[in-house]
Write a protein that binds this ligand. Structure first.
Ligand code: ATP
Ligand code: MN
Length: 480
């Protein structure tokens, strides 16, 4: 039985077996306390070894980090910090761990633990983070299933580099130095495995659209890859993305979907991960004690999550946002590193000003300049006060995170899409199949992409994206 289940029992002296890893062992010769954790919950269970019940030889092997099974009686505990404990009768040691075990019972920095990613799951912090990550992933599927969406598996290897979402990783079976060449001296990809250039996907959207234009409501939830050379705390080279795509949805519906989706999964975590969230909240409070008062968060972790669930996201156009930014104190005092002007791609300092200083809540920005957004976004017919052409894009910005969702209504008009494809220099031959959906039964449709790790970052209150994915892939790092 897992510790999580054992802790739900009424202790009445029943026989029980506890299996897990030793967190701590303390005590004297006549009584020893062993704290065991099996990862099913944050909580440990304490095994009590009374005088001479277990041979010294075995007991001495049950050190921090070792894997053991304790058989004994489950009894009520008089000690502080637990309601029940196991009176040990036998202990089996599956695997020992000597003093070189890196996760000794003391405080470890997250940076240190990143180098011990193979063992960091055994810490309270990472146990909590990955249990919450699981709960969020489950909630994603639950939400879309309840809303009538179908989970569509889009390809991981793709030949369409059309989206331009990021630099791609090549997929090839050529030996680095032995790739066949064409008479002109270029690499001859026609001889490669797929007979053409292929890469790891940066987004499942284009294929997702094909699904939506038949099944009406689909979502993807899979790994995406971007050879991002920026070493930030919000970018990974391999991350998981959730991309719903819905036929007959316009931008407004898309915003409503994004908002209710995010609120749903956060509520799910609040309801189902209370203990882990409380633990992470306290950890954060401890960490913030080192910071000056003005840098500390106004809300505690759980308050912040509830705030997001209970309040409407602020919705405004890019043009309105630029106005606010131009009039802002940091712009007037020239404190932004990047100058604000209509047409710029908003930098994270601008996004953070809007979300954290101006509105103090999640924000959805819409109707971005056409020039800074992808070719497939639906072009606005009217300017609506903007000084230049805009598209029906929407970005959802979150405090502390910046962009958590990027989406749009898609261009459904064949001629307009084709013109834009040519304008940005994409070879229509490369995405003929995508373009055909606009020739046969085209329909308004919309969708977005949510970076799963950015969501996990927000919910757990962690600050570095490397700490919310089990095995982070970042520039110069693919250990484990
Ligand atoms: P950013 O400007 O932050 O790099 P983006 O504009 O490249 O994001 P999109 O292409 O719209 O992002 O991707 C959709 C979502 O995927 C983003 O809103 C974000 O949550 C997430 N995302 C994008 N790139 C990364 C990355 N390198 N690592 C983790 N998540 C990412
Ligand atoms: Mn990016």
């Amino acid at each position: 039985m897992q510790i999580k289940e054992i802790l739900k029992l009424t202790p009445e002296g029943q026989s029980i077996v506890v299996k897990g890893w030793v967190k701590t062992k303390r005590g004297q010769s006549n009584i020893v306390f062993i704290n065991i954790n099996d990862g099913s919950t944050l909580k440990n269970i304490q095994a009590v070894v009374e005088n001479g019940k277990i041979s010294e030889d075995i007991l001495k092997l049950a050190t921090t980090g070792s894997a053991i099974a304790v058989t004994g009686k489950l009894v009520a505990s008089a000690g502080a910090g637990q309601t029940m404990e196991v009176l040990a009768e036998t202990i089996e040691v599956y695997g020992t761990a000597d003093e070189s075990y890196p996760i000794q019972p003391k405080k470890h920095s997250l940076e240190f633990l990143r180098e011990k990613a193979h063992l960091r799951f055994r810490t309270n912090v990472f146990g909590a983070v990955f249990r919450i990550r699981h709960a969020l992933a489950y909630a994603v599927h639950k939400f879309y299933n309840e809303q009538g969406f179908f989970y569509l598996h889009t390809p991981i290897i793709t030949a369409s580099d059309a989206e331009g979402a990021g630099e791609m990783f090549r997929v090839s079976t050529f030996e680095p130095n032995k790739a066949p060449l064409t008479p002109e001296g270029n690499i001859d990809f026609s001889q490669d495995f797929f007979g053409r250039e292929t890469a790891l996907t940066v987004s499942g959207q284009l294929e997702g659209e094909l699904g939506a234009l038949a099944l009406s409501r689909i979502y993807t939830f899979g790994p995406t890859f971007r050879a991002e050379n920026s070493n930030t705390s919000r970018h990974l080279a391999e991350f998981w993305m959730i991309e719903p795509e819905v036929a007959f949805f316009e931008l407004e519906d898309n915003m409503n979907l994004a908002e209710s989706f995010v609120k749903y999964v956060i509520s799910y975590a609040l309801e189902n991960c209370k203990e882990d969230l409380e633990f992470l909240e306290n950890r954060l409070l401890e960490e913030e004690k080192q910071k000056p008062q003005n840098e500390r968060s106004e809300l505690k972790l759980i308050e912040k999550l509830k705030f997001v669930v209970e309040n409407d996201f602020e919705r405004l156009t890019y043009t309105e946002a630029i106005d606010i930014l131009l009039k802002s104190k940091p712009a007037q005092k020239k404190q932004f590193q990047y100058e604000v002007a209509w047409g710029i791609d908003l930098q994270s300092e601008h996004e953070r000003y809007l979300v954290e200083k101006h509105f103090k809540k999640p924000v959805i920005l819409t109707n971005y300049p056409k020039e800074i957004k992808a070719f497939y976004m639906k072009q606005d017919d009217e300017l609506n006060g903007a000084p230049g052409a805009t598209v029906r894009a929407m970005d959802v910005l979150f405090p502390g995170i910046g962009e958590i969702i990027g989406g749009s209504q898609r261009e459904d008009n064949y001629e307009k899409l084709m013109a834009r494809v040519k304008e940005v220099g994409i070879d229509p031959e490369n995405i003929w199949w995508y373009l055909e959906t606009r020739k046969f039964g085209s329909a308004p449709h919309s969708g977005f992409g949510l970076g799963f790790e950015r969501l996990v970052l927000f919910v757990t209150g962690m600050t570095n994206i490397r700490d919310v994915i089990p095995f982070p892939r970042t520039p110069k790092n693919a250990e484990f």
